[in-house]
Design a protein around this ligand. Structure first.
Ligand code: GLN
Length: 454
């Protein structure tokens, strides 16, 4: 813990840790030492972690990287972080992220952008988003692991951009209680770690059935670490043809081919599959996610939490709402609220929101059909490119940024578990990640396939 606190002090330029909690960390570390000495310590005991700013941490600033939550210190702890502290883990502080987890480059935070510890010459790169602070902190050895959340790829894409492991579990595996809501039917928390084994251990600690989250599943949490046998002989790996995009960089093709060869060498059978509705996933996601976000973000009204705008003479409550939200939300969040409100409006609900929901059901069915054919896991690239430059995408058309999620959003729409595993470097020397998608509730098997690729 002391070593990590020292590293964090020296790594201010990355802008990963935005609220540091050294006193809490040292107190928890002391308690963990005592627990380890007593001989009754789970694997997470004494492990120093960074926590994404989206998780409510009791008495510790929790802002979702937004000015609208300035000064907010929750009265309660999220279930996921409570599970980690109960197992003896140590909180080093809160990590930067895209505002309300909306983004793919960690450039929409009220704290300013996160810098990827990987560089090409002296060019600064994004760590990806929205869990960019988590990814940068783990990759730069500021903590041993971090929590992330993934609504459309926010664990897997930054993991791929920084050369670490990130898993989004099956929807319902991890409690959403105390995690600031973005799109409730898609949001899941997960670990971001240096290895597949760490991911297995930390995921097992984060999971629990939680009556405080009505979508939390009452299902056994198996020993994910025990599933890491490295034996995938006879397993069927699906390669979906729809993920072979036109104009995909040659190195992404090569990465994919290398992954296929590794799984084949380990005794798996490679099967060409089709997920025909894949091309509709991105548009469906960018209707469903903003729709849910516009509803979830209605609670930030200047009355209950954080920031409240100052009013001039003669201004009333409607002015207060408008001014507070105009001042508190950044441009990407405002864009999502406007899109969401539009697609949910009476005149357009059927044309956009309802249609997107139907498309979502078809995407889910595509996966169900290939799993019913006996496919054990699906292999795809995690991202369409390696990390891009800071500032390069954020000023472009927002849709260019949304295209980063092309391989990851399908997994959230279908509620499936997905993992990103680092698999080598591109010609510029930057990390690349492969994605494996598993059957629902089969995170152990998914982690075991990832273990072979690692
Ligand atoms: N990049 C996607 C978005 O901006 C996904 C974000 C996420 O998974 N939290 O919506």
């Amino acid at each position: 813990t002391e070593a990590c606190l020292g590293e964090i002090e020296g790594a201010g330029a990355l802008n990963a840790f935005v609220h540091k909690t050294p006193e809490i960390a040292l107190e928890q570390a002391k308690a963990a030492d005592a627990r380890i000495k007593s001989g009754d310590a789970p694997a997470m005991c004494g492990i120093p972690l960074g926590i994404k700013d989206l998780f409510a941490t009791k008495g510790v600033a929790t802002q979702a990287a937004s000015n609208i939550l300035e000064g907010f210190k929750p009265e309660y702890e999220s279930t996921v972080t409570q599970n980690l502290w109960d197992a003896g883990a140590v909180m080093l502080g809160k990590l930067n992220m895209d505002e309300f987890a909306m983004g793919s480059s960690n450039e929409s935070a009220c704290y300013g952008p996160v810098v990827n510890p990987w560089k090409v010459d002296d060019r600064q790169l994004t760590p990806g988003g929205s869990s960019g602070g988590s990814a940068a902190a783990v990759a730069a050895d500021l903590c041993l692991a971090a929590t992330g959340t993934d609504t459309g790829g926010s664990i897997r894409q930054p993991a791929a951009f920084t050369g670490i492991v990130g898993i989004k579990p099956t929807y319902g595996r991890v409690s959403r209680w105390g995690v600031v809501a973005f799109a409730s039917s898609l949001d899941q928390a997960g670990p971001m770690t240096k290895s597949v084994r760490d991911a297995a251990i930390m995921l097992g600690t984060m999971c629990s059935h939680d009556p405080k989250d009505s979508t939390s599943a009452d299902i056994l949490v198996p020993d994910f670490e025990a599933a890491l046998t490295g034996d995938i002989r006879g397993k069927k790996i699906g390669i979906p043809k729809e993920y072979r995009l036109d104009g995909m960089p040659a190195e992404i093709e090569t990465l994919w081919e290398n992954g296929i060869a590794m799984l084949k060498d380990a005794g798996a059978e490679i099967v060409d599959i089709s997920l025909p509705h894949t091309k509709y996933a991105l548009p469906a996601y960018y209707v469903v996610a903003p729709a849910e976000a516009s509803s979830n973000l209605a609670r930030y009204d200047g009355v209950r939490y954080g920031h409240r705008a100052k009013l001039g003479a003669g201004e009333g409550i409607t002015d207060m709402y408008e001014k507070t939200r105009a001042e508190g939300f950044g441009p990407e969040v405002q864009r999502r609220v406007m899109i969401g409100t539009y697609v949910l409006s009476a005149g357009f609900y059927d044309a956009y929101y309802n249609r997107a929901r139907k498309v979502r059901a078809l995407i889910k069915r595509d996966f169900e059909q290939v799993f019913a054919q006996g496919i054990d896991a699906i292999l795809t690239p995690a991202t369409p490119s390696s990390a891009f430059g800071l500032g390069e995408m954020v000023d472009a058309d927002p849709v260019a940024m949304y295209l980063n999620d092309v391989f990851t959003v399908t997994v959230n729409l279908a509620g499936l578990p997905g993992i990103s595993v680092p698999c080598g470097l591109d010609a510029k020397g930057l990390p690349l990640g492969l994605q494996l998608i598993g059957r629902p509730w089969e995170e152990g098997e998914l982690l075991n396939h990832a273990y072979v690729l690692e």
